[in-house]
Design a protein around this ligand. Structure first.
Ligand SMILES: [Zn+2]
Ligand SMILES: [Zn+2]
Length: 570
């Protein structure tokens, strides 16, 4: 339903008209229409198609023309018109609770504020108090609204796995007109969640770049269209994407600057100061003279460092290690020789073992581990003993046809309430590997259960060790440090579950695991063969956790995989 999409735009038009001091009758007509559209229980597009827009109260000729235009073309010309002559950032400022267009106008006329930063600053100024109607109480209210807005915005971060394909598509769309192009910010650092998205490019023909960008077919709205900067909201997830065109001579410096993180850049700036240099998005300068900026290599070379991989740029010691020439040799996608966490149609997966094997071969994998659910996970088609044996037989059969790849018989076995595994040892003994996972009792002695499960010599891997979901579930009540330590001491591998909503372990816990000497394994938890794609997200988490390929089971050749029981070697 496009009801709320359209209501949002009408609200914004009303806000801007109010800011401009337009006719109050007109403004309230927009607001009334917006509210009625938002609350109307039927799909506005359907009504429009049936010529029944008038069923919604408060929709006159004018508004109904807007709706018609929007549903035909995806934009409303009135919206573009009212946006002229006001800073584009106002659309955002007007969303701040307790601020309102009138107060914004007051602050704009007096201080020319344009951004949230500006607003924050003027709220601290004593002069602000002297403006008409701006008592202490009012300022306190605006501050509260601002805090609320900022924390809400922070919550709106979306998972890397959702943002990544959206941005890749835009980059592909822009590539033909750019000489260089790259996303920057948290997406380039492959952080697990992303806020707004920044893309940076250079071109021989810069004036056409932004024109093409704002015509992106999946753009829902255009927020800004300048000579060197454009900003759109894309339909998928209403994500804001900014594109910036920079001089080729500054591309490296800009890429470095806009990739961040803030903390990483602060440290680099301090380092520059110590050397009597200045670093900015335009380059590295000695006095007036620019000494680097075209590439990131150039920029980091000034500090006697190799380019620090973006995933490490969090000020977690990477600059110090780079200066000593000690950066880790991070794992890469090409190092991944197989996956250990795939569900077939013997439990709740949708593909047959044969299809899984074919997909694995097409990815160049040397092995694939099938890990179907165990009997207690009935909700997930968990296999009873009989079915498990049947599945093993099926694997033996498929192996005959695909001699080029090793198929490991595994299972994702529930860790039960008492810490026992969900199959008796004589069944576990018939498997090549065992993942132990908690799927029930998230708040009941989770740490103790996991440690008890790890005492079982048949357990090789702890699956999704903290149980969190990025979209909102906090995860188990668990002392993850204890689990990591135990795993490190006893040769149990911890999973980086690569499913986009899990990414569990996360980067911080992977770093801890690395320090404690634990082995890690990346599992896609694929329930269909398209989900094999998520491996790259798992690799990103591993890289953010400073892992090289020696620490990751997926990177070993079949006969060298260092599982505790070494049964895989047979
Ligand atoms: Zn699971
Ligand atoms: Zn699973």
């Amino acid at each position: 339903m496009k009801n709320s999409e359209i209501a949002d735009i009408l609200d914004e038009i009303a806000d801007i008209l109010e800011f401009k001091g337009d006719n109050t009758f007109k403004i309230s007509a927009y607001r009334k229409a917006s509210r009625n559209i938002r609350e109307f229980p039927e799909d506005i597009e359907q009504l429009w198609r049936n010529g029944e827009l008038s069923k919604i109260p408060g929709i006159g000729k004018n508004i109904s023309d807007h709706i018609d235009e929007y549903l035909k073309s995806g934009s409303i010309s009135k919206y573009k018109e009212v946006l002229e002559n006001i800073p584009k950032t106002f659309v955002e400022l007007m969303k701040i609770p307790n601020l309102g267009p009138k107060t914004l106008k007051l602050l704009y006329d007096r201080f020319k504020i344009q951004t949230i930063e500006d607003l924050k600053n003027v709220l601290e100024k004593p002069e602000t108090l002297t403006l008409p109607g701006m008592g202490r109480k009012k300022i306190e209210n605006i501050k509260q609204g601002l805090d609320l807005y900022i924390s809400k915005k922070a919550e709106q971060r979306i998972s890397l796995g959702v943002a990544f394909p959206i941005v890749s598509e835009i980059v592909e769309y822009m590539k033909p007109v750019c000489t260089n192009i790259s996303p920057c910010g948290s997406l380039r650092r492959m952080k697990e969640t992303i806020g707004d998205i920044d893309i940076l490019c250079t071109s021989n023909n810069p004036e056409n770049i932004i024109k093409r960008f704002v015509k992106y077919p999946k753009a829902l709205r255009i927020l800004a269209e300048g000579d060197t900067k454009g900003s759109i909201i894309v339909k998928e997830k209403s994500l804001q994407v900014d594109l910036r065109v920079v001089e080729p001579d500054s591309y490296g410096a800009a890429l470095q600057y806009f990739t961040g993180s803030k903390q990483h850049n602060i440290k680099l700036r301090t380092l520059a100061k110590e050397k009597g240099l200045k670093i900015s998005e335009y380059g590295v300068f000695k006095g007036e003279k620019k000494i680097a900026g075209k590439t990131e290599e150039e920029v980091y070379r000034v500090f006697n460092m190799p380019v620090i991989p973006p995933e490490l740029r969090e000020d977690r010691g990477e600059i110090e290690e780079a200066l000593k020439g000690n950066l880790p040799d991070l794992v890469e996608q090409k190092d991944i020789l197989g996956d250990f966490h795939v569900h077939s149609d013997f439990s709740d997966g949708s593909n047959t073992i044969e299809e899984i094997v074919q997909k694995s071969i097409s990815l160049g994998y040397k092995f694939i581990g099938i890990a179907d659910h165990s009997q207690t996970s009935k909700f997930a088609g968990g296999m009873d003993k009989q079915k498990l044996l049947e599945r093993n037989k099926k694997i033996d059969e498929v192996v005959q046809r695909y001699p080029g790849i090793k198929i490991f018989k595994g299972a994702e076995v529930d860790i039960l309430g008492n810490g026992n595994l969900d199959y008796p040892d004589e069944i576990l003994a018939q498997l090549d590997f065992v993942i132990g996972s908690i799927h029930q009792g998230f708040h009941k002695n989770v740490t103790e259960r996991m440690i008890k499960a790890m005492e079982n010599p048949y357990l090789d891997i702890i699956g999704h060790p903290t149980g969190r979901l990025i979209s909102g579930r906090e995860g188990y009540d668990i002392d993850i440090d204890r689990v990591i330590e135990y795993a490190g001491r006893n040769g149990v591998a911890l999973e980086i579950n690569a499913y986009f909503d899990r990414l569990d372990l996360n980067d911080i816990n992977v770093l801890k695991a690395r320090q404690k000497g634990a082995m890690l394994v990346i599992g896609t938890d694929a329930h269909n063969i398209n989900m094999f794609e998520y491996m790259k997200l798992g690799v990103a988490v591993a890289r953010r956790g400073w892992l090289d390929k020696k620490r990751i089971l997926n990177c070993y050749r079949v006969f060298d995989i260092p599982l505790r029981r070494k049964r895989l070697n047979k």
